[in-house]
Design a binder for this molecule. Sequence first.
Ligand SMILES: Nc1ncnc2c1ncn2[C@@H]1O[C@H](COP(=O)(O)OP(=O)(O)OP(=O)(O)O)[C@@H](O)[C@H]1O
Length: 690
Amino acid sequence: MIQSTQPINALLKIWETERLITPLDRHFALELAQLHQSQLETLDKAHTSDGSYRELFLLICALLSKQLSQQHTCLPIHQIALDNPMLEQVAHCRITSSHSELTAILAQFPCISSVSSTAEPESLTAGSTLVSTPIVLDSGDLYLQRYYQFETQVSDYLIQLSKSQGSQVTEATKASLDILFPASPSDVAPVFDWQKIATATAFSKKLAVITGGPGTGKTTTVTKLLFLLSQESLMTIRLVAPTGKAAARLSESIKASKVRLKQELAPYANQINLDNLSRVPEEASTLHRLLGVIPNSHQFRHHKDNPLRLDLLVIDEASMVDLPMMHKVLSALPSHARLILLGDQDQLASVEAGAVLADICAGLKLNNPHAGSKWQMRYSAHYAQALSSLTGFDLNRFISESPKIGDSLCMLMHSHRFKGDAGIGQLAAAVNNSDKARIMEVWQKGYEELTWIEHQKTHNGNTGLDELLSLAVTHYRRYLELAKGANSTPTEIIDCYNEFRILCAMRAGEYGVDGINLGVTNALKQAKLISTELEFYQGRPVIIQSNDYNLGLFNGDIGLILLDSDQSQQGLSDKNEASPPHHTPPRLMAHFIQADGSILKVLPARLPSHDTCFAMTVHKSQGSEFSSVSLVLPLWPSLAQKQLLTKELVYTAITRAKQHFTCLGSQTVFEHASLQATQRSSGLARRLWN
Ligand SMILES: Nc1ncnc2c1ncn2[C@@H]1O[C@H](COP(=O)(O)OP(=O)(O)OP(=O)(O)O)[C@@H](O)[C@H]1O
């Protein structure tokens, strides 16, 4: 069963010292073994010849905890390296049983429930809530009970929603859809208008998942849908995104989209009531705010027993939503409510556990790499017919024998932002497809909007890095000069700062966020654009690293330290009224743009943990866009760093850029990253699609 050079107890300590596991992983294993001590002793007594069940239990618990801290939802038993489970340089222990024997052994532990998810979803809910052991074994995957329940319940909620009908389709719906999505006069044979199909889906279904890369028209589509719904009935609609920045961007996009729609529909004013456009909401908030944060608590005000008061929820940037958060949202949805998820399934998975959006879309992925298109819709015969008659496009070729939740899915594949052969779009597509030859071809073509800077390490430093730093000085100069002048509002200065950003693959090291921030700070100081004598200097960008519910600041929020524009008024109301306002030294405040566009000002001394933000991680950049982006890849990545360099990371970085993308890197590292896909162990895709 298990052989080891020392008791696992002792090995746990060694593994912790060698950073193969965290202190949390070790404590978790010890605690659980302690809790189930008597059961484990009974097993050991009953099977004296098989070796120690307690030893195996400790090892498995440590492996499971480690797996969760690496954002996987479960530990697939077949993925355990039996000869070297902890992946040490020299293995200190090995499991002598085969994977199937190990599965059978684990099923004997009373503190591990063995369940089968081959049952129908309805019975699964019942099964999942009944599980009371701390660990669950389902179809060869080990789960912590909490994650098992998150996963099974999220799957159940989504399946139930996708089976439910949305609004009643009438002839008027069809007519409105035709006005909203006019056929192009040049179309000889009708080309599929997937935006129209997505709108029809979200109209007629309680669940719609609309995914697509940047600029494929997700916001345009949802605006048209909300307008269409506004023709039918009055609904309480809420728009949300995982971060404040993403919520602010959604709000902006919807506003712009409404303006465009109003112009487009002007010729049809006698056929469709344009006044209803005012019913389409523009304000977006964060998921946290929607659920109702309770200060100093991890619970939210809205949950299963106090559901949200809404009829339709739109969640943008759904790829950033992790499994526990998706569970919270779905639990808090009232039973009649509808849900629309918008996002890009190819982006980085959420920072915390799971890859919910990618799992939801997994069933549309074609396994055949030569299939031309990577994705294919999967409609039920009944729904394909309904959608065909509603949209006028013959969708019968997408009928699947096992559509599962396919009727609720829509993929927008045509980018309206990266038109024709624009370099950014080409590079993003080549990376997304892990197409090595194409990646090289795109870089070599010399597109204007792409710049490659090669690392060139000499004994004097790295000339590639120097080039990047001087590029940063050029870009950041403008907003720093605006910050020093008296003529710009904080919003204008922040907008100017947001035109450029350096993104790093990792935090630590010379080419991580820490090193690059230091480099940029020094370069700006040399250029006399900033003065860093004080910790909070004028123009210093800060990124928040933890949530502060009382202040309304959240992990990832970015602000600028600027002179307080209201200082004179505020000076009068200060407690120290003796000193006249004109004698008060200039006060600096951290300025943050809120989701509704207003500015939140916070005294720098009150900021929760934060860092300088001339450079940020690609992870934190999700949900944001910049005119110009520079990605920094490490020169000689360590083994651990190499694991972080994935195609999703590079794709996310490239697609943050609207006009220009620069990469400081080496060809080998760029290729390595572009060819490596993120692997997140989770059973959600299987539950939704098998
Ligand atoms: N069918 C269309 N025809 C022409 N232009 C379109 C169409 N759909 C969208 N666009 C344009 O493409 C741009 C991007 O659209 P939109 O913001 O809806 O995309 P998105 O997928 O939400 O983008 P992002 O990923 O950046 O959030 C907009 O300028 C929009 O006007």
